[in-house]
Design a protein around this ligand. Sequence first.
Ligand SMILES: *Cc1c(COP(=O)(O)O)cnc(C)c1O
Length: 373
Amino acid sequence: MKDDIVDLRSDTLSRPTPAMLQAMAQAETGDDCFGEDKTVHALEEHVAGLFGKEAALLMPTGTMSNQVALRVLVDRGNEVICDASHHINFFEAAQTADFSGVSLNPVQTQDGVLDVATIQSSIETRARWSHSYAVPKLVWHENTVNGRGGRVVPLATLQQVRDWTAQQGLATYMDGARVWNASVASGVSLAQYGQTATALSVCFAKGLGAPMGSALVGSRDVITQARRWRKWYGGGLHQSGVVAAAALYALRHHLPLLADDHENARHFALGLMDTGCVDVVVPETNIALFDISRLGIEPGRFVSMADWLGVKLLAWRGQVIRAVFCLNTTRKQTLNATTRIASLIERIAARGGVAGAAAAEGAAANWAGVSTP
Ligand SMILES: *Cc1c(COP(=O)(O)O)cnc(C)c1O
């Protein structure tokens, strides 16, 4: 049992399957900087088609995709409205300032969803003191919202924001690293999501299980400009057909499997909720967040105890712990992880706070055969 480690830290830990590796080995490649990689072309056309857009561009990472999109969609000195929890602010604020020279206006929302009223209130003083401010040029969505437990942004909200931004002359963007999960969970098609944004970024290396790769999707004009910035940023790829083949394989074979990940995340979250000792966000997709404030122990300590029990979790922020489900984790492993973590929580809670933690820590360490620090 001790070998049966369930790693729930991130869906980027998903590994390429033997069948995916075989598809990669068989990929026809060419130098994409010469525009000669047929597999890359096939992927870009396929992804553009899925979202009902004219063109797409294979990117090494989602971060580069976001940063290149900013270069194309926003001139220096202007402003992007996002939520404070969004990847662009939480993990990329410095890069954004450094590379693009744009200003983020990170709004604090409960759920990471930007609706028209929230956007309007974030810029309400602009008309009065217009020359004191950056000019808002882009509204940034993230779908699903990672920092809010993989929340799906409602289609109606996206449509209302698109209509409002169109009237105001702003562009809209969707960081759709997990838009696949949003689509599977909500039944909203990728093409419907595509219609709500000027451009989108998608990741193949999260729950879809490709070893790497993202794509920026948009109009032919946006993608032509993006191709230049990608090269500037060092993201011009050569025999990248191997990466494209993995992404194509993932889209064909792994997309429908995301529903299993959602069920697993839900099972785990409900199991923890049943303890009555932690605060749980019931997941809409593959990310379970739970708050351990009431246990009265440090998140780092909780995570290391879970680690000894063979379940790897991520301390997110504050007292919140994250568990992410992807094709790495079977139903059986999910049941196992749920039992282990729920009983860890109960054990800590039963003795109350620090004393409970010490007792649970001793038991977990004993079980794992390690000595406590
Ligand atoms: C993972 C992620 C990214 C960045 O992807 P990388 O490929 O790791 O650079 C961007 N946005 C969101 C919401 C993500 O979850």
